[in-house]
Design a protein around this ligand. Structure first.
Ligand SMILES: Cc1cc2nc3c(=O)[nH]c(=O)nc-3n(C[C@H](O)[C@H](O)[C@H](O)COP(=O)(O)OP(=O)(O)OC[C@H]3O[C@@H](n4cnc5c(N)ncnc54)[C@H](O)[C@@H]3O)c2cc1C
Length: 458
């Protein structure tokens, strides 16, 4: 433990002064990486985690989940992947263990079971963080509350009868959890494709409504594509080197998997094996699903992106004079029939669909951050995580600075960058005299405005 002693997990009873130079909100890999750097720079701080360390990995991933990124990309600060399969893909529970071991490696000042419900600025330039356990003040604050926060489900879901089970991908665990019958998976990002495969391999009948997400091959010319791209500098390219930074930040991830040692996700191959592929789900009415005429283009575009990545690897190999085995290119194993070029519809009942899994992504909810730093669409404006509010930072945003920012690969570098900023803007005078103000456990945003007076714990 470094810096000043952390608050204990038993809350102070109202007599302890609770102020930290830095408060980090969120105890996932981003918040913990931040804490590692602050610890090693001797900055007193605390990490507030509303649940437990690694809660996203514990609670919102399915049972067969494994990383898509190779283990060697697990490079948390001072704690690279410790196992003997650097080219493998650790499973969900191993990811949790990796994070737990990371915590044990430096014993961060972490308090679990505390939810930050409001963040405001104070007239002296410090911050006040209201939590469900009381209020804490800080000179500087790092928001590390995760890249994938609020499950997004389109409103058309409301038109599905309650006889059909509906869930978001974040709540999917395994095929046995679902009622018998066919399953409609909506969305072909990472989650949708992998969940569709999980169900397919379990022998379930799967309907998959495709989207425009690109795909990438797992292996090419003797190596993991990720290894080639790493050598090519793809993962250290800053967002400031893109002309379309906003678009890059919100683009869907390429689909591929680390399952069973890693392989491509080829939806055409699934179709050959009996999975029913559809275009984009465009509507639901009277028990009928309607799909757009875009299945062909969705598959073609995904393949085209995958092949163009191979083109760039070929060019790199040639330029660098690398002796790598030559590999045949992908040949589509299935084409949609001509009917796919028209809008289509399908009766949920006729198709025997008893479950819909919305793999339609996540949104952010930063409304508890009551500071004028947002861009009008709910996204925090920042430069490499540094906001326009002095002393307020974000970490773990997708493409915060590089491809790896929202992943294991790049979060350590972002944390180091922010730690330097935090040290540079550190206050010399420690603000004292603010006492722990007990709040009520039930309180969540939005709350009343009269929150400055001390309260007693109910
Ligand atoms: C399906 C899926 C697959 C992924 N696969 C990979 C992969 O293969 N490789 C890879 O590198 N990355 C992957 N990622 C991306 C990324 O690594 C994870 O999303 C990771 O969880 C991000 O870590 P984080 O610390 O930024 O956020 P999180 O893990 O989301 O942690 C944020 C923490 O903040 C806490 N919190 C939130 N709000 C509050 C609050 N108000 N007060 C207190 N605490 C709060 C949460 O409880 C949570 O523990 C994947 C993501 C998803 C969704």
């Amino acid at each position: 433990m470094s810096g000043t002693p952390p608050m204990s997990t038993n809350w102070p009873d109202g007599t302890e002064t609770v102020h930290r130079s830095v408060v980090v909100i969120g105890g996932g890999q981003a918040g913990l990486s931040m804490s590692w750097w602050l610890t090693h720079r001797g900055i007193d701080h605390v990490v507030l985690e509303r649940d437990r360390v690694a809660s996203e990995w514990r609670n919102r991933r399915w049972d067969s989940f494994c990383l898509v990124t190779p283990n060697w990309q697990c490079r948390l600060p001072g704690f690279p992947y410790p196992g003997d399969e650097p080219d493998g893909f650790i499973l969900r529970d191993e990811i949790v263990q990796y994070l737990e071991k990371f915590v044990a490696s430096f014993d961060p000042p972490l308090i679990e079971g505390v939810s930050a419900t409001r963040l405001r600025g104070r007239s002296d330039g410090t911050f006040e963080i209201r939590t469900d356990r009381g209020t804490i003040t800080a000179d500087q604050v790092v928001v590390a509350t995760g890249p994938y926060q609020v499950p997004r489900i389109p409103r058309m879901a409301e038109r599905i009868t309650d006889r059909i089970t509906q869930l978001h991908s974040s709540a999917y665990k395994n095929p046995e959890q679902l009622p018998e019958g066919a399953v409609l998976v909506v969305g072909t990002g990472q989650s949708g494709c992998q969940i569709a495969e999980d169900l397919h391999l379990a022998g379930r009948t799967v309907h998959l409504a495709t989207g425009t997400a690109p795909r990438v091959a797992r292996w090419y010319r003797g190596r993991d594509v990720v290894a080639w791209l790493d050598d090519m500098g793809t993962y250290t390219r800053g967002i400031d080197q893109f002309d379309d930074a906003d678009a890059v930040r919100f683009r869907a991830n390429h689909y591929v998997t680390g399952r069973d040692g890693g392989h491509d996700i080829d939806l055409r191959a699934f179709a050959v094996q009996g999975m029913a592929l559809h275009g984009r789900l465009t509507g639901i009415s009277n028990g009928r699903l309607t799909f757009g005429p875009d299945l062909r283009s969705n598959l073609d575009n995904a393949d085209q992106v995958s092949e163009s990545i191979k083109d760039s690897i070929d060019a790199y190999i040639e330029k660098a004079g690398i002796d790598a085995p030559v590999e045949d290119r992908y040949v589509p194993v299935w084409e949609p029939g001509p009917e796919a070029d028209d809008p289509a519809d399908l009766s949920l009942e006729d198709a025997g669909i008893t479950t819909v899994i919305w793999s339609t992504g996540y949104g952010r909810d930063d409304r508890w951050v009551e500071l004028p730093i947002f861009n009008g669409r709910g996204y925090p404006t920042h430069d490499r995580g540094v906001t326009s509010q002095p002393g307020l930072y974000f970490i773990g945003l997708p493409w915060q600075h590089t491809w790896g920012s929202g992943r294991f690969a790049g979060v350590a570098a972002d944390a180091e960058h922010l730690a330097k900023k935090i040290v540079a803007t550190r206050r010399s005078a420690v603000v004292t005299g603010l006492h722990w103000l007990a709040g009520t456990p039930q309180e969540t945003y939005p709350t009343d405005d009269d929150w400055s007076a001390p309260r007693t714990v109910a």
